[in-house]
Structures are given as C-alpha cells and as structure tokens.
Design a protein around this ligand. Structure first.
Ligand SMILES: [Zn+2]
Length: 149
C-alpha cells in the first residue's frame, strides 16, 4: 500500500501547496539529506499547433528532451495523438526559465509551437522561473540583475 501511494505521489505531480511548487524526489538511503537535489520536477506539457504528421512519439521525445528530460507522452493507446495538442511528460530543471514557444524546422519551413504547462504553480511572468513570483511588482529583480548588474 505504501509503495502504491509513493508511486502515485511521484508520478502524478507536480504537487503544490498554496500555489507554490512542492518538489518531491526518491529517497536514497546512503545519501545525506543535505546532498539531495530537489531542483527538478516532472510536468505534463501540452504542445499546440503541431502539424498532424508530427503528433507522435519521435516528436514528443525530441521536444521533451529540448525542454528537459523526456519521460513519455500521452498517446491514449494510439501511435499518434489526434487531439488539439501533444501531451508530453517532461522532467524540468527548475533553475531554468519555462519555455513558451519553440521553433521547429519542418520540410524547410519554420513552425512555431506553443506550450502550456499543466498544474503550473506560481511562477515569475517576467523571467519564467518557478522559483519566485513578483506579481505585485512591474519587473523581476532576478532578470534585472542578470541583464543590467
Ligand atoms: Zn523573475
């Protein structure tokens, strides 16, 4: 029963508390708690505006590995996804900004695809990091320091 609950918690994330990301990870008995890296989390990412011929596993893996570490995609039992979007499970590094758009080259033409992240916790609209949110301000101090200091 505990293993089932553990698996359900790790696989069905991301989890949030008060709209802030709750990062979970596997417990490894020989690693010190201070050395446990909690800097990544798995998300379902919806990819919109993909050509129908690219709504399959190879595209899901390519885009997933560009965003982070590809973990799988939701095919609903079919080899090709026929919905409005391709749903990819990706393990994202939290110290990198979320990507909103990606340009793909398809048959010699540029194709822009758009991402929606399911169950997205609070994040900064300016720099795209999940680690902080500055909704009450009109700029991101982190982005300001990166570009101007
Ligand atoms: Zn920011």
């Amino acid at each position: 029963m505990i293993r089932w609950i553990r698996k359900k918690i790790l696989l069905n994330g991301p989890w949030a508390f008060d709209k802030h990301l709750l990062v979970t990870g596997d417990y490894v008995g020989h690693i010190q708690p201070s050395k446990v890296r909690l800097d990544h989390s798995s998300f379902w990412v919806q990819v919109f505006d993909l050509p129908l011929g690219m709504m399959g596993a190879s595209t899901a893996e390519f885009i997933g590995n560009k965003l982070g570490t590809y973990e799988g995609y939701d095919s609903k039992g079919s080899k090709v996804s026929w919905g409005k979007f391709l749903r990819i499970r990706v393990n994202l590094k939290l110290n990198f900004p979320l990507k909103r758009v990606m340009k793909l080259f398809v048959e010699g033409a540029v194709c822009s695809v758009y991402f929606k992240y399911e169950c997205l916790p609070t994040f900064c609209y300016f720099c795209g990091l999940i680690s902080h949110a500055d909704r009450d301000k009109f700029f991101c101090w982190f982005e300001f320091k990166t570009h101007y200091v």
